[in-house]
Design a protein around this ligand. Structure first.
Ligand SMILES: [Zn+2]
Length: 827
């Protein structure tokens, strides 16, 4: 009996062994791929399952999203490569650091494929499962051979929060059968749509800035690997045929001939498969290579071949009728993305040796011959808060820098746009382009980006000194800083035994966080609107003041509370023993107003720009760490001052009847901050005084010579995809505290406003203010002069107008100061 049992169990083991094949996505999920949208946890589960079932797959968990979803990549290659994966990774990484190395016997090339960075481009993550399974089974073409010289990294979903938002929406509105009618509600995704992450950021605009947690964690992993090729899988409007590289103009001049050439090689192989199937595609149109924060340009500026692939599919659901009359299904979309993925692997494998040697040469060349017109950049330590943030940004991008050097030299001034003499001082930040990351550094710093064609997809200017509001010089001489770190030895502040008042600086966001802590501890804080001198010491305008007696009345332990905040923030506060000043106004003057504690609400509903609202929401929660109440526009009539005294209207279109409800709330002491197009919604409504400048179209501005073949091109005379303008400031207004001599704004439209008659024209554009970027000639004429931001008092309240996006993609650091001042310093 025993023997029989034993042989039965052997038999069973034998059968199970035969059946223990790896489950396909269909088998694992219980439905055929493309017949449903797969929730993120199932995609993760399948990737983990495959990694457990196949020894040639390594799974790397690299972080969590804001909504706590796991981020992973799977690495797949031949058994031999996987067994020495760490050695391969290090060899590859050293190439990117221009470290001389022994010739490896068999160094494979690294191909990284990213799926679903835009959450509602949902066929991508479905494709990633098919791709990893196919590679595990070696069931496509000669994929087994391809993996012998290629390491493939697959990120199934870069933006799980956005994808889940889309998939949940779709599943909740679709019927038993998909409705292919484009008018059906399943093809009409509600605000804020799944494209964005939790804070409504476009993660495909965030690569260099790394403002979002998903990007930060992914880029940390990216810089551990530095792939030779990176593919970013997207979807576009469902009526569009497939797009793959080669890309359209403009192509940044630092992108090398080899990088351009390889895009053509890869494109031709993709085309071969598409031709066989009779599928439609286009190349060399629409998708350019300029702005540095995309999933194609960022890898290109890091020595890789970066390419974007776009399937038609946004809002297509499981099936949709397209303009040709055909029905496009999720299965079709998966097939197309799967095919370009495999074709690219084939191309990469066929050119593995070439890709590796060109990758190595790229960094050797970068370190030896500097790209662009300059050899070094010097950023002045005008504002330590923003300088440190700039240093942190460079570190995240693996760009080398140093500080100081005590040298007088000449260079191109970002402020005057002229060559002039300047002196490097101890804390000035120096970026020498003699480094492996020279191209990326040059692209981020160069004062003017050369654009071959203005018909571009995104902004055309982003130079960091302007975005950070720091003066800077570009030099033709190679210089390297003398010190690895900043000298932060501060002079010990004056300390009084029995303080009359404490004095705090106001230079950056960390000072705002101190103000927040003080106000949270119940401490009354005042603002010095003007500079004052006590003894020999000059305290600048913007200093915060805490009067002891005024506070002791409500807080007997005021000294202890201040000591606690000082300790937490690691900053020593000055204190003085008398309110009598040598120069300036005494402490009883009205130039030291008491600061109101802001209780802030923001409209976040489907009439506002999701990105505009998201930037503000993210800034409050992640940078200021301050509560922000998100409300609907229809509730604007319900604002009560004790709970809401600051209202932010993000870029958007608001209804007149709702705006009208704000009048009394403002008169009684409410503060409204209007961002970008929100201003258009309030013109002509009491108490808003702002007026847009109107420009009649003169016949000479009409483009009557336009040829039919230009039908798909924007009229370049009217274009302003994103350029930088210099703004003159009223430095006596508290809105400008902590800023530099000028504010540099990113301008993305041609709107400009009349100067305020009953308000403060704090930020004004004057003639010849264009600093960098493409601006069509008609727009240039309009942007001659006018108001860009201002403050209009209205009885006890205030209205603040910001006509440009001061929090642009969370990397316009000087704008954050402006915005913070508006929240905390304007009463
Ligand atoms: Zn996309």
């Amino acid at each position: 009996m025993k023997r029989i049992l034993l042989s039965i169990s052997f038999l069973l083991i034998g059968i199970t062994g035969l059946l223990a094949q790896i489950k396909s996505p269909d088998d694992f999920l219980g439905y055929s791929l493309g017949s449903k949208f797969t929730p993120h946890y199932q995609i993760l589960a399948y990737f983990k399952y495959l990694a457990a079932a196949n020894k040639n797959i390594r799974l790397i968990s690299y972080g969590k999203t804001y909504e706590n979803r796991e981020l992973v990549v799977a690495v797949i290659s031949s058994a031999e490569n996987i067994s020495r994966l760490e050695e391969i990774r290090m060899f590859n990484l050293n190439l990117s650091k221009a470290v001389a190395q022994p010739r490896a016997v068999k160094q494979p090339v690294v191909l990284w494929m990213s799926y679903n960075v835009h959450g509602n481009e949902a066929s991508s993550s479905e494709t990633s499962m098919k791709t990893l399974y196919t590679l595990a089974m070696a069931s496509f073409g000669r994929s087994k051979e391809w993996l012998e010289n290629t390491v493939v990294i697959i990120d199934p979903c870069l933006n799980p929060d956005g994808r889940e938002r889309y998939v949940n929406f779709y599943n909740s509105v679709a019927g038993i059968r998909p409705n292919a009618n484009p008018a059906a509600r399943e093809h009409n995704e509600p605000w804020p749509r799944g494209r964005f992450n939790h804070y409504y950021f476009d993660l495909n605009r965030d690569w260099a800035w790394q403002s979002q947690i998903e990007t930060q964690q992914r880029l940390a992993l990216y810089h551990e690997w530095m792939p030779e090729v990176h593919i970013d899988f997207h979807e576009q409007s469902f009526n569009d045929p497939y797009y793959f590289a080669p890309a359209a103009e403009p192509v940044h001049q630092d992108i090398t001939a080899f990088q351009r050439e390889f895009q053509i090689i890869a494109g031709k192989n993709n085309a071969k498969y598409f031709d066989e199937n009779g599928w439609q595609y286009f190349t060399k149109e629409r998708f350019d290579l300029l702005y540095p924060s995309y999933g194609d340009t960022y890898p290109l500026y890091n020595g890789a071949i970066g390419m974007t692939y776009e399937q038609g599919g946004i809002s297509a659901g499981l099936a949709v009728q397209i303009s040709s009359g055909d029905t496009l299904t999720l299965r079709d979309r998966i097939d197309h993305h799967f095919t370009t993925g495999m074709a690219t692997l084939e191309t990469v494998s066929a050119h593995a040796g070439l890709l590796i040697s060109e990758f190595g040469k790229y960094f050797e060349r970068s370190a030896a011959n500097t790209p662009g017109n300059y050899k070094s950049y010097v950023i002045k330590a005008d504002n330590m808060s923003r300088l440190k943030k700039l240093a942190a940004l460079l570190s995240k991008n693996h760009i080398e820098y140093a500080f100081g050097g005590e040298k007088t030299m000449s260079g191109y001034s970002f402020e005057t746009k002229k060559t002039m003499s300047f002196r490097i001082q101890r804390n000035d930040l120096v970026v020498s382009l003699k480094q492996p990351a020279a191209v990326l550094a040059n692209v981020l710093f160069e004062p003017e980006t050369k654009v071959t064609d203005s018909n571009t997809y995104d902004i055309t200017a982003w130079s960091l000194p302007y975005a950070y509001g720091l003066s800077a010089f570009a030099t033709k001489e190679t210089i390297s800083g003398a010190f690895a770190a900043l000298d932060e030895k501060a002079e010990a502040p004056d300390v009084a035994e029995k303080p009359y008042a404490w004095i705090l600086p106001w230079n950056g966001l960390e000072d705002a966080r101190i103000l927040i802590s003080l106000q949270r501890s119940g401490i009354k804080v005042r603002l010095a609107e003007q500079a004052f001198t006590i003894g020999t010491k000059v305290y600048p305008e913007g200093s915060l003041l805490i009067y002891r007696i005024e506070n002791e009345k409500i807080n007997r332990d005021i000294s202890d509370r201040i000591a606690a905040v000082s300790k937490d923030s690691n900053k020593a506060f000055a204190s003085i023993s008398s309110g009598f000043v040598q120069k300036g106004k005494d402490f009883g003057s009205s130039v030291y107003p008491l600061l109101t504690i802001p209780k802030v609400a923001m409209v976040a509903d489907d009439n506002v720009s999701a990105s505009g609202a998201g930037e503000i929401w993210h800034f409050f929660e992640q940078e200021l760490k301050y509560p922000l109440h998100l409300i609907d526009e229809k509730d604007l009539g319900n604002l009560e001052l004790p709970t809401t005294n600051v209202l932010i209207l993000p870029d958007g279109e608001y209804l007149r009847k709702n705006i009208e409800k704000l009048e009394n709330w403002i008169y009684r002491g409410g503060k409204v901050i209007l961002m970008e197009d929100a201003i258009s919604s309030v013109t002509g409504i009491k108490p808003f005084e702002i007026k847009k400048k109107e420009f009649p179209v003169s016949p000479e501005n009409e483009n009557l010579s336009r040829a039919y073949k230009e039908k798909n091109e924007d009229n370049t005379a009217d274009a302003i995809p994103g350029a930088i303008y210099k703004i003159n400031l009223d430095h006596t207004h508290p809105l400008t505290l902590g800023l530099g001599q000028f504010y540099y704004t990113l301008k993305t439209n041609d709107q400009i406003y009349e100067l305020l008659h009953k308000g403060w024209n704090v930020g004004v554009l004057k003639p010849n203010a264009l600093m960098a970027g493409v601006v069509g000639r008609n727009v240039q004429k309009k942007l001659g002069d006018g108001l860009v931001f201002g403050v209009q008092p209205a009885e006890k309240g205030n209205i603040i107008y910001f006509s440009t996006d001061v929090l642009f993609r969370s990397f316009w650091e000087s704008g954050k100061q402006l915005f913070t001042n508006a929240i905390f310093l304007i009463n």
